[in-house]
Design a protein around this ligand. Structure first.
Ligand SMILES: [Mg+2]
Length: 234
């Protein structure tokens, strides 16, 4: 197996950081000048649109959210809201302890590394400035591709851009968006990160996967042992 494709939220990021998300939404709402609860509801309801890019970039998205809350922000207010929203998104994508070391370890052992994330505009726009960017060879964002997990074309695109056959790719995720079933159907080898050490974290997953992979680890750093074992076994 020559490549590892990672889910992003709750897999490379700190699962506990998901708890910060409602607070960041409230800050964006305040900057936008709309009620926090109406904004949160609009963001939650628009998730399926936002992650396939149907609402455009962050600025366009926040303008659409304001409209849905009955507000019409001027340019200055929208600028402030975009900056506030990006700052909040950065806090939610704090790396999981040890995650960057795992990526560095695998790269040093010549694994090609990919990302496959169901994400909205925030991550796609900020990606080059994140600590993850230099460590991932091929990031694939649902927002940019216009399709979400478990769409088989997303997995095919990731494998193709990595230059590695799907059969030689591991897929590692915490099980949102039916991602492991998608990986299995694509011919990849799925690994579930259970996040057992983060009570309540599984409650933040969207569209949870009911297919349970054979390979399961509680923490991401166990991946090194798992891949080492698998490689030793041919
Ligand atoms: Mg996830």
């Amino acid at each position: 197996m020559r490549a590892v494709i990672f889910d992003f939220f709750g897999t490379l990021t700190d699962p506990a950081a998901e708890a910060l998300r409602p607070g960041t939404f409230a800050e964006t709402a305040a900057a936008l000048g709309v009620p926090a609860e109406a904004f949160r509801a609009a963001m939650v309801a628009s998730f399926p649109e936002r992650i396939v890019g149907a609402l455009g970039g962050t600025r366009e998205t926040l303008r659409a959210m304001a409209h849905r809350c009955g507000a019409e922000p001027d340019h200055e207010r929208l600028d402030r809201a975009v900056a506030t929203h990006h700052a909040g998104a950065e806090r939610v994508r704090t790396p999981r302890g040890g995650a960057l070391a795992v990526l560095d370890h695998l790269r040093a052992r010549d694994f090609r590394l990919g990302l496959l994330s169901d994400c909205a505009s925030e991550l796609s726009e900020a990606w080059p400035e994140t600590v993850y960017a230099d460590r991932i060879d091929v990031p694939v964002f649902s927002w940019r591709e216009g399709r979400r997990k478990p769409d088989p074309r997303l997995y095919a695109v990731a494998a193709e851009r990595l230059g590695v056959p799907a059969e030689e790719c591991w897929f590692v995720g915490d099980g949102g968006g039916r991602e492991h079933d998608g990986a299995r159907r694509a011919g990849m080898r799925p690994v579930l990160v259970t996040n057992a050490g983060y009570p309540g974290a599984s409650g933040t997953r969207v569209d949870p996967d009911t297919y349970l992979p054979e390979h399961r680890i509680d923490e991401l750093d166990e991946l090194i042992r798992l891949l080492g074992t698998a490689c030793d076994n041919g």
